[in-house]
Ligand binder design. Structure first.
Ligand code: UGA
Length: 433
């Protein structure tokens, strides 16, 4: 099939590349010239394992193109995938400016029968607005469908090529048939719904996963007080199929470009229909507070943090990505600086992105994990990079001035800690030192 993908962010680029890998003829469109130039040269604007290789494979095979010319790409395509960003407005609502602009441009370019399939996360009712806008600008038959995306950064290709389910929301039967055909090679698990339910499935799924994380974080906080081990608790809960074992890793709270934005947006969506989504509001509040446990633990060990050197390992919101959007590291580092601490930070790949977004100039960014830890009063692990898991605790101890370790992601085990002198705090596990 011939596809045009509008927007080469995470969702657009990964979907476009994966659809081309399935044998479709895909043109990825973006307004930003530099991005398209980079992609044409085989460079990838985001870090995602395996993506660069897959782009090369499919451009070499002549199935994948990049352009800034939306109009030509739309004219060529049978299906147009809308994957532009819907960032948060200051009040938490999704900003629909970009998606509406793109929809209008598509409508103006349409020259025959087309399907617009929205992958961007949009509030319930948005696809109807898109449809009305498109109808205003073209008389050609254009069907609208909501096909939400569930990929995770860091495992985006695996998630796209082997999804748990595909949700196709459309009231147009011909479009539904065509979209089933497009997605069938990916999974048999295709759920057909109306547009509004498909839009809601995306928000409800992210909100539920965020709820699981805040829930286990609160259980972890209680475990710390009653002397239980949250990793065993989560394991024991996870064997129950009704609960499931995933997204029960306690830590310093969720970050990233999706959960924080989508939970706020769903609270707003509910608010617009006079529904007070109390549970989700608490999930957000718990998540915010969880970050500061790192500071509270540091103060328990070191007292006043003023003048103390704190090493930070991990700036990305999770491993295998250079994305720092809403990463817990921002608030943790800012609050250390406010308390007069000196911060030395290291991340295997996210440092440049972090620097651009943190306005404090007084963080020392290090080239290696060792350099950050050297002579520090304490080390805080904020992202569970494999590199950190694999570093010997004996080495870490020899680098630090005093062996104080706050493990915000529970990456070290009791065995690793044996024979060390660490004052060690993790999340929801009994004292192991
Ligand atoms: C999330 C969803 O998992 C995807 O299904 C969805 O498509 C995507 O948002 C989106 O809406 O675009 P992503 O933000 O890439 O994907 O990352 P996750 O792996 O879900 O992690 C989100 C955050 O939760 C991270 O900060 C991670 O550290 C945290 N987390 C995750 C925990 O603290 N504990 C867990 O058990 C799992």
């Amino acid at each position: 099939m011939k596809l045009a993908v509008i927007g080469t962010g995470y969702v657009g680029l990964v979907s476009g590349v994966c659809f081309s890998d399935l044998g479709n003829d895909v043109t990825c469109v973006d307004k930003v010239n530099e991005k398209i130039t980079m992609l044409r040269q085989g460079e990838v604007p985001i870090y995602e394992p395996g993506l660069k290789e897959l782009i090369k494979k499919n451009t070499d095979a002549g199935r994948l193109q990049f352009t800034t010319d939306l109009s030509s790409a739309v004219k060529e395509a049978e299906i147009i995938i809308l994957a532009v960003g819907t960032p948060s407005l200051p009040n938490g609502e999704a900003n629909l400016t970009y998606i509406m602009e793109a929809a209008k441009e598509i409508a103006l370019a349409v020259d025959g029968k087309k399907i617009i399939m929205t992958k961007s996360t949009v509030p319930v009712g948005t696809n109807e607005k898109i449809e009305n806008l498109v109808r205003k600008h073209t008389a050609h038959p254009v069907a609208i469908a909501s096909v939400p995306e569930f990929l995770r950064e860091g495992s985006a290709i695996r998630d796209t090529l082997g999804p748990d389910r595909i949700v196709i929301g459309t009231e147009n039967e011909a479009a539904q048939k065509k979209l089933i055909e497009l997605h069938q090679p990916l999974t048999e698990n295709i759920l057909l719904t109306d547009v509004r339910s498909a839009e809601m499935i995306k928000y409800a799924s992210n909100a539920f996963l965020a709820t699981k994380i805040s829930f286990i974080n609160e259980i972890a906080n209680i475990c710390e007080k009653v002397g239980a081990d949250v990793t065993r608790v989560a394991e024991g809960m996870g064997y129950d199929k009704r609960i499931g074992s995933s997204f029960l890793r306690a830590g310093i709270g969720y970050g990233g470009s999706c959960f924080p934005k989508d939970t706020q947006a769903l609270i707003q969506i509910a608010g617009h229909v006079d529904y007070d989504f109390k549970l989700l509001k608490s999930v957000v509040e718990v998540n915010h507070d969880q970050r500061f446990n790192v500071i509270r633990k540091l103060e328990t060990i070191l007292g006043d943090l003023s003048g103390k050197t704190i090493a930070i390992w991990g700036l990305a919101f999770k491993p295998e990505t250079d994305d720092v959007r809403d990463a817990p590291a921002f608030e943790i580092i800012s609050s250390l600086l406010q308390r007069g601490a000196l911060v030395k930070a290291y991340d295997p790949i996210a440092t440049e992105n972090f620097k651009k977004n943190l306005l404090h100039l007084d963080v020392t960014y290090c080239q290696t994990a060792e350099e950050a830890a050297l002579h520090a009063d304490a080390l805080c692990v904020l992202t569970e990079w494999k590199e950190f898991q694999e570093t010997s605790l004996t080495d870490i101890q020899s680098w630090l001035k005093t062996p104080n370790l706050i493990d915000g992601r529970n990456i070290y085990s009791e065995e690793q800690l044996a024979k060390t002198e660490f004052v060690y705090y993790s999340v929801g596990r009994p004292n192991m030192n």
